[in-house]
Design a binder for this molecule. Structure first.
Ligand code: GLN
Length: 411
């Protein structure tokens, strides 16, 4: 057929999130699949959107900010992002030339690939990876070079590691960029200082750009695993494009406000693509975002959220272990990676089940609980078959319900 999905995208099919969410709705399952909170973000932000649209004190609408925003972002938000970045990294950046607001981090990532990577270039990705990375590398006509994150010598309970030699070998003459996601989706890993120093060193030595996805930067739960910015390592400020967003930090994933921070040269690449992808991002959402990023209200909302998610993580981790899953420590982000292959897992209900996809299908259909089959995050799906990913960015009552359904099924 000539009139169908293009060659560069046909291989990627429909995203796993769309597929699992559809099954979840069909079976009325508790959704620990797609990573989004089942509660709203702070009320002050919702009010700020309404005000930006023109809501006045009398409950009526005046003229608001409802037309296209500046291509690179509403100045107040770009300035808030630049100030917050300065406060957290010590790096002063010019809001006008070094911050670009995009429609979520997903657009920022696509724009970075399309605007900075040439056909034939290579891009280093850590596997497992968020599914859009590989599709965007392909849209840019580039080739992914995959480096495995695997349970190390200590087993899954010691977390996911990479082999430094494998990473070094992934850099070739064609490498244009390395993609780093920390805190990491789907493993919950927060990269350590030593690991980041190694990545930075390879970038500098091979003259490679780093594109970092730091959307979970505020959501870290263990004092010994703080979030560190790759841009803060020696020689990296001039070669790192740091991507982040509003959605995860403020529980408003549907607002789709993200940004890219980086030197003028790299920001120019992002803008070259962004101006033709979406041109500009939703104006009232940007205005409201500027009331949250780095402000006292915003910071207190983040610390409340962190406390909730830490306690959710602890509860879900313990419950999954009690149910026979092995889990990796989730020091950050929204997710727990769980190995379902133990013989006692879910009371033996999974005996004879062949893959993570079948496990997720069975859990949705029989237990009424949805998780994501992790092979979707792998270029080599067999590497991910042992794992399913559970999201804990939910109300405690939602997690309780999911756990009691799993217990009832396992009995
Ligand atoms: N980031 C979310 C997750 O990993 C999903 C976003 C999406 O559905 N594309 O679950």
């Amino acid at each position: 057929m000539r009139h169908s999905v293009s060659d560069r995208l046909a291989a990627f099919g429909t995203t796993v999130f769309t597929q699992v969410s559809a099954l979840t709705i069909k079976h009325n399952a508790v959704n620990l699949g797609q990573g989004f909170p089942d509660f709203d973000g702070p009320a002050f932000m919702k009010l700020a959107v309404a005000r930006a649209m023109g809501l006045n004190e009398a409950g009526r609408f005046d003229h608001g900010t409802n037309q296209y925003a500046r291509m690179a972002g509403v100045p107040a938000l770009a300035q808030a992002v630049a100030r917050d970045w300065h406060a957290r990294t010590g790096q002063a950046v010019d809001a006008d030339s070094c911050v670009t607001v995009t429609s979520g981090c997903t657009e920022a990532f696509a724009a970075a690939m399309l605007g900075l990577v040439n056909p034939g270039d290579e891009v280093v990705l850590f596997e497992p990876f968020y599914d859009s990375y590989r599709a965007c590398v392909s849209m840019a006509g580039a080739t992914p070079r995959v480096v495995a994150l695997r349970p190390g010598i200590g087993g899954l309970s010691a977390g996911f590691d990479f082999d430094p030699d494998e990473l070094a070998a992934a850099f070739t003459k064609r490498t244009r960029a390395v993609v780093l996601n920390t805190p990491h989706n789907p493993t919950g890993k927060v990269f350590t200082r030593d690991e980041l120093a190694r990545i930075a060193d390879l970038c500098v030595r091979n003259n490679v750009v780093a594109i970092t996805d730091e959307v979970y930067e505020h959501l870290v739960y263990d004092a010994d695993r703080p979030h560190l910015h790759l841009a803060n390592f020696d020689g990296m400020a001039e070669r790192t494009l740091t991507l982040s967003s509003l959605g995860k930090s403020f529980s408003c994933t549907g607002w789709k406000v993200g940004w890219a921070i980086g030197p003028e040269r790299l920001s120019a690449g992002v803008r070259a693509a962004h101006q033709f992808l979406t041109f500009a991002t939703c104006t009232p959402m940007q205005v409201a975002a500027s009331a949250a990023v780095g402000t006292p209200d915003g910071l207190s909302a983040i610390s409340e959220l962190k406390a909730l998610l830490r306690s959710n993580r602890d509860m879900l981790e313990q419950s999954l272990r009690d149910l026979g899953f092995a889990t990796a420590p989730a020091s950050g982000a929204y997710f727990l990676m769980a190995d379902w292959t133990g013989s006692e897992c879910l009371g033996g209900r999974l005996h004879g089940v062949g893959s993570d996809i079948d496990v997720c299908r069975s859990m949705i259909e029989h237990a009424g609980v949805a998780a994501i089959p992790s092979s979707a995050f792998y270029q080599r799906p067999e590497e991910g078959r042992r794992f399913v990913r559970f999201a804990f960015c939910k109300k405690p009552g939602t997690l309780d319900e999911a756990v009691s359904r799993l217990r009832a099924w396992a009995r």
